[in-house]
Design a protein around this ligand. Structure first.
Ligand SMILES: [Zn+2]
Length: 171
């Protein structure tokens, strides 16, 4: 018997069913950032640990939420707001906080920056998305450890591409 989840089954499925990250969403829907008062998104503990540049002794054993508000300095906060971490306490610059900065990553796993995506031709944009998808399928991504938002970058990549296309269509 093989443990390979990608081994061909009688159904002929070649799609690898990766176990999706299991985050309990029970009471997480309405937790607001103490600074900007916007609703945050719960992240896995390993994301906060991987992204912080400060001593992890200051981390609390609780759920943390990600604040995506651009003007807000807080990146992670606990539900009781007693523990917060700001952009200066992270190892990475956060795309949501600096969406216009050329050298900030949009795709943290495969290292695609804002300027790279902006300046890419329509053809190379398609290639870039395909390449990211290929990386995901090859299990080479680590969004939970690399991307400050703790989840896949593809939505942000596609969003920025769309935005760029709209701007160039207007000019
Ligand atoms: Zn905030």
């Amino acid at each position: 018997m093989s443990d390979n989840c990608c081994s061909t089954t009688s159904a002929g499925s070649e799609v690898c069913e990766l176990p999706s990250a299991t985050i309990q969403h029970k009471s997480h829907s309405e937790v607001f950032c103490p600074e900007c008062k916007q609703k945050g998104k719960v992240v896995q503990g390993q994301t906060v640990k991987a992204l912080l540049s400060v001593s992890l002794r200051s981390i609390q054993d609780t759920d943390y939420y990600f604040c995506r508000t651009q003007s807000c300095p807080i990146v992670y906060y606990s539900a009781d707001s007693k523990s917060v971490f700001t952009t200066s306490q992270l190892r990475e610059r956060v795309y949501q906080k600096e969406p216009s900065a050329d050298d900030v990553f949009v795709c943290y796993c495969f290292k695609h920056t804002v300027s790279e995506i902006r300046n890419a031709s329509p053809e190379s944009r398609v290639e870039m998305v395909n390449d990211i998808n290929t990386g995901i399928q090859a299990n080479q991504c680590a969004c939970d450890l690399r991307n400050p938002q703790g989840s896949c970058c593809l939505g942000n990549v596609r969003g920025l591409m769309k935005q760029t296309e709209q701007v160039s269509a207007q000019s």
